[in-house]
Design a protein around this ligand. Sequence first.
Ligand code: ASP
Ligand code: MG
Length: 468
Amino acid sequence: MIVMKFGGTSVGSAEVIDKATDLIIQEKDRKVVVVSAMGGVTDRLVSMAKKVVDLPNALVEEECNRFHRDFLEFHRSAAEAVIRDGRVLGEVIARIAELSEELRVTLLGLGYLGDLSLKPLDYILSFGERLSVLIVAGALESKGVKAKALTGYEAGIITDSNFGCARPVYSKMKDSVKAALLPLLKAGVLPVVTGFVAADKNARITTMGRGGSDYSASLIGRFLGVDEVQIWTDVDGILSTDPKIVSSVQLIPKLSYIEAVDLAYFGAKVIHSKMIEPAMEADIPVRIKNTFNPKADGTLIVREQERIERIIKAVAIAKNIDIVNVRGMGMSETPNIAGRLFSLLGENNINIPMISGSSESNLSFVLKRGDVSRAVELLNESFVGNGVRSIEVLEDVCIITVVGVGMTGTKGIAARIFQTVADNDVNIIMIAQGSSEVNVSFVVNAEDGNKAVRALHKRFIEDEIRSG
Ligand code: ASP
Ligand code: MG
């Protein structure tokens, strides 16, 4: 049994949904399908939610009606183009109309209240996937497949109540996923499940973070115990670097879980880094495939750590990053200040992608730009004057990560990486303390980022391939 997950571009138009459903039908194994919202829909919902809370009340209704009209029309026309069975089409369109109306009313309430907190935002974002599953399931039905659209919650994904970035509750999901999906599968019905969208134990809708459909897919895979999780996307697989920066990129045929996590976490956008853990826990291979080029082999992600001759498989870059420097002479005398500081950020859902050295009087780490102002506020409240003198932010840097099994065991590789960067006139601002076994990460100014990536990719991938 397998899970097939289709991302936003893979269900982005009627034409592509047609392709995706053919791929689903061609797959002979038993399967569960997970889908994202149609491409661009989640972004549109986010901007509409933000817009409507700021509107004067007199303009709210008109704006919501306009949005509703477009939203309904967009999904209805996709459904009409792809569902050829009249009865199925009628049912799907009726449901699309109901949900779009529910969205309109929710937006209306939000606009009048003028308060956009994470709970209502999750509710609003859920409509993207709740509509896309209807269209995909309808398209499958009209091609003669018995299919059923389900929300993540209906498929057994139960999360905590951490709206905006909800986490799965494993203790509940041990039974819930099987209980929800096995009876359908036994009855020959193909479940089509909303990615990204789940609910907490009180059935309140949650989302699992932007890009979270991959995570939904691997969670379902883990709790059903499938043989493979397939991520169907719009590129052939994970590439050796960003093709927008380097023209001669390589497709990486095989990666280990830990390499894939590092790459996804530090900039490769093909998969969500969180999706690897559930797959790894159950030893389920993850295969990345291109909906637009299904013949390509894709990238296979497995437990086995394969060391290749040239060691380095990829160079990733994470942009929109700032450095935070916490300073204070008393830091070393204040017990566990680093621990408490990182816990505070963690409790507030602020991830720390990279920590560099701490000394007696200084602690540096990097944050995603969007988290910086909140983090600084929290740290100011709790620490300044309490062992900390000041908090400084160094803006506009990026993290460069070089990934490959065998990096730590290969003499001189870090030196050669840093030398290559220096030879290209790029200054390294910060080096990650204790990079993982498969990566070396460091920070440079944002304006130097692409140059460093090109130099490293050329030296460690292009030149090595040419000479080897
Ligand atoms: N639709 C959601 C997003 O755009 C989830 C996903 O596509 O994975 O973030
Ligand atoms: Mg994605």
